[in-house]
Design a protein around this ligand. Structure first.
Ligand code: KG4
Ligand code: ZN
Length: 357
């Protein structure tokens, strides 16, 4: 029986300090041995968003015991770790630097390879932690900082089909929540409000709904919510606005995903039609339900990470580490933190996100 790789993943790109140990079983299926996440929600609450300096200080205070906890909970010994994978970007540079430096120092101290991981690739591969998933697949990545459709052709091989041209979807949820008086991060709360409201009460705009291919835009929606929220007087009106917002988002995602399906099929002549949804907003149950139904209509297989792996975590970073380890894709200890690091690096530098409207 050959020894299976044991990978330590470390994540500190924003407001979660996380560490995880993963390995794989005899069938080559990943196994999460520990997944420790320490959220800073309480620290940033009063500021209505993440304060980089406070976030970095908290990462520094917690990183060593979070990593220790991940090792202790895994039932493995430090000497058994085969590689250390840390998020190197994108994210807040002061935060990234903490997990990146710690990961480099740790790998050096145990004399094992170091692997730099793109946080977005972590989200992209997160469903592999609980589902069998082969390339290629269509990915909808919806988080607090990104909203993209990507043709995932292999490890490190991404072709962007569409992107938001302004706000990310998680940002739209958080800003709407703030206008409704909900504390940061408000996304999950909007979902709860929406259940109690009338989704047809407010007619909200759907920017670039009929143009721009599968690109997305949420800024106009935010402006409309700001205007309406000024006249809101009752709790019920808040619930109605949340429900109308949730319904509008679902309509936008339904239409744009359908376009992405056909673009994905034009690019991939394979029979496999797999659709993966990842990132914090993928935890939204109504969005999951709507997209699952769309997949049934369009004969796509739908795959979602478990809800607890939708948000930021280190198991997904270790997952990328595991794939890179098997391909011997190691990095040097002078690997820089990259605050901006797109998955499809060619698409990233196009002016105005390269979107033709
Ligand atoms: O992936 P993530 O944890 O962090 C980033 O890399 O950005 O995503 C966080 C985002 C936040 O904007 C949060 O409000 C949103 O995901 N979110 C949700 C839900 N749970 C988290 N948005 C809508 N519905 C949810 N249930
Ligand atoms: Zn994330």
């Amino acid at each position: 029986m050959s020894k299976k790789p044991l990978i330590l993943g470390i994540e500190s790109s924003c407001d979660e300090t996380a560490a995880s140990l993963i390995t794989e079983n005899e069938q080559g299926i990943p196994v999460v041995l520990s997944n420790i996440i320490s959220s800073q929600v309480e620290i940033h609450k009063e500021f209505g968003g993440v304060v980089p300096e406070l976030a970095a200080r908290s990462h520094v205070e917690k990183i060593d015991w979070i990593v220790k906890e991940a090792i202790d909970k895994s039932g493995k010994k430090v000497e058994e770790i085969d590689a250390v994978a840390s998020t190197a970007g994108p994210g807040l540079i002061v935060c990234l630097s903490v997990g990146l430096s710690f990961g480099k120092a740790f790998s050096s101290s145990i004399n094992k390879p170091f692997i730099a991981v793109n946080h977005l690739e972590g989200h992209a591969l997160s469903p592999k932690l609980n589902s069998k998933l082969d390339y290629p697949y269509l990915l909808l990545l919806i988080s607090g900082g990104h909203s993209q459709f990507l043709n995932v052709q292999g490890l490190g091989k991404y072709k962007r089909l569409g992107t938001t041209i302004d706000d990310a979807l998680g940002e739209a949820f958080d800003k709407t929540a703030k206008l409704l008086g909900v504390e940061f991060p408000g996304g999950p709360q909007i979902e709860i409000f929406a259940e109690k409201g009338d989704p047809n009460k407010y007619d909200l705009p759907k920017p670039i709904f009929n143009k721009g291919g599968c690109n997305l835009s949420f800024a106009g929606l935010k402006t409309a919510i700001l205007r309406i929220s000024k006249n809101i007087k009752t709790e019920q009106e808040k619930f109605d606005l949340a429900a109308s917002f949730q319904k509008t988002i679902e309509e936008i995602l339904y239409k744009k995903t359908k376009i992405a399906f056909s673009e994905f099929q034009n690019q991939n002549k394979t029979k496999e039609k797999i659709f993966v949804v990842a990132g914090g907003v993928a935890a939204n149950k109504n969005i999951r339900f709507m997209l699952t139904n769309l997949c049934k209509e369009e004969s796509f297989q739908s795959i979602f990470p478990p809800i607890e792996l939708c948000g930021d975590n280190a198991a997904m970073i270790a997952m990328v580490g595991l794939e890179k380890f098997k391909l011997k894709q190691f990095d040097n200890l002078d690997y820089p933190a990259k605050p901006r690091w797109q998955l499809d690096e060619e698409a990233a530098f196009l002016k105005g996100a390269g979107v033709q409207l």
